[in-house]
Design a protein around this ligand. Structure first.
Ligand SMILES: Cc1ncc(COP(=O)(O)O)c(C=O)c1O
Length: 386
């Protein structure tokens, strides 16, 4: 029996999205071509754009299709920085818990483009420090080119105060980007209501396909592109449209919106049951960010006296898939920067696992995982003592 508890890394495509993608793959025509085949593909694509825009609370023309969440994050950080620099703003502000898709382009700008990078701390519960941001803005608000803070963290699920950050940035005219890759479809989101400048989404985290990201950028705003070519998508993202992935993404989005309340309530209930039972049955274990608002499916648990790499393999041998942190940096022997920012030392950060539940997770999956987990932890602790 295999139990998949790594939905935050990637979640299975919904069957309706898969069907839509397969049908679209069989259609001929480049959506940019002017003949009937092209126009038909374009119509499908524009309908998908409208449907996604409705779910995100933005205008259709604010949606820019890309190849991944990583690409959208890079475009946001670099594009908004370059735009700001042209009017004398040189500071990039991010939080200490950003995904590498934000963290690394920000560091790259610091190393290669002369940007000043300022990183906001988080509380022990993993929530960004607004007092620190207020202090920073009061002194240097006019120098800030972009602020980027994620909507929810991929390792802990902790939700960040994006509305407050946008409010704080407004008097200084600072654009705010938020990576909502984990947040979208897990909690209510409206781009226009939040008054964000830019937003990142990704297909494979919500039941859509891999290889599709959405970059939402305020209408009328023009930023430098990373890719140059055919001029698609406001000249910000050249490249032939991936119509099958775009259409399938729209189907997954609509499906997620249609069962939003029921699915999120069910996943959250299962997650809470799972985490309560872990803490009750595994001595010394604790939940990271457990007191903060979190999206429903993610739980980060520290098991003192263990090594998460070993735990991962032991659980894998029992058919349970989970993660030691962000899957995108898994395999690299570094303690999670997210947990370190939350006050962990190297050792406790290395003793932490992320379990993430999704739409297809069942009570049986969780009960079976709970049957296996305590003995695996005990075994790992004993092995660690030897
Ligand atoms: C918060 C967050 N941002 C960005 C990404 C990268 O998205 P993609 O896999 O579409 O490049 C991920 C993927 O793990 C993520 O969790």
């Amino acid at each position: 029996m295999s139990i998949y508890l790594d939905h935050a890394a990637t979640t299975p495509m919904s069957s309706s999205a898969l069907e839509a993608m397969t049908a679209q793959l069989a259609k001929i025509g480049n959506p940019s071509s002017l003949h009937a085949h092209g126009r038909s593909a374009r119509k499908d694509l524009e309908e998908a754009r409208d449907r996604i825009a409705r779910a995100v609370g933005c205008l259709s023309r604010e949606i820019i299709f890309m190849g991944s969440g990583t690409e959208a994050d890079n475009t946001a950080i670099k594009g908004l920085f370059w735009k700001g620099r042209s009017s004398g703003r040189n500071i990039v502000v991010i939080s200490a818990i950003e995904h590498h898709a934000v963290l690394d382009p920000a560091r790259w700008l610091e190393e290669h483009e002369g940007a000043e990078l300022l990183v906001l701390s988080v509380s022990r519960n993993g929530v960004v420090d607004l007092a620190e941001l207020a202090e920073l803005l009061s002194h240097r608000g006019d120098e800030v080119a972009v602020i980027s803070v994620m909507s929810a963290n991929n390792e802990t699920g902790v939700i960040q105060p994006i509305r407050e950050i946008v409010e704080m940035a407004k008097p200084y005219g600072i654009p705010v980007h938020s990576d909502a890759v984990q947040f979208f479809t897990k909690a209510p989101l409206s781009f226009s209501d939040l008054a964000l400048t830019a937003l990142t989404l990704s297909g494979h985290k919500i039941g859509g396909p891999l290889g599709i990201g959405v970059f939402v950028l305020q209408a009328g705003l023009d930023i430098p592109a990373l890719l140059h070519g055919g001029g698609q998508e406001r000249d910000i993202r050249s490249g032939t449209f991936n119509a099958p992935a775009i259409v399938a993404f729209a189907v997954a989005v609509e499906e997620s919106m249609n069962n939003f309340d029921e699915r999120n309530a069910r996943v959250q209930k299962l997650r809470n049951y799972f985490s309560t039972a872990i803490v009750a049955t595994v001595p010394g274990s604790y939940i990271n960010g457990g007191e903060a608002d979190r999206i429903p499916g993610i739980v980060s648990v520290t098991f003192p006296g263990t090594e998460s790499d070993t735990l991962l393999l032991l659980l894998d041998a029992q058919g349970i898939s989970c993660s030691t942190g962000s899957a995108c940096s898994a395999g690299v022997q570094r303690p999670s920067h997210v947990l370190l920012a939350m006050g962990h030392d190297d050792q406790s950060a290395r003793s932490t696992l992320r379990f993430s539940l999704g739409a297809s997770t069942t009570q049986e999956d969780i009960d079976r995982a709970l049957d296996i987990l305590p003995s695996v932890i005990e075994g790992a602790r004993l092995a660690n003592l030897r």
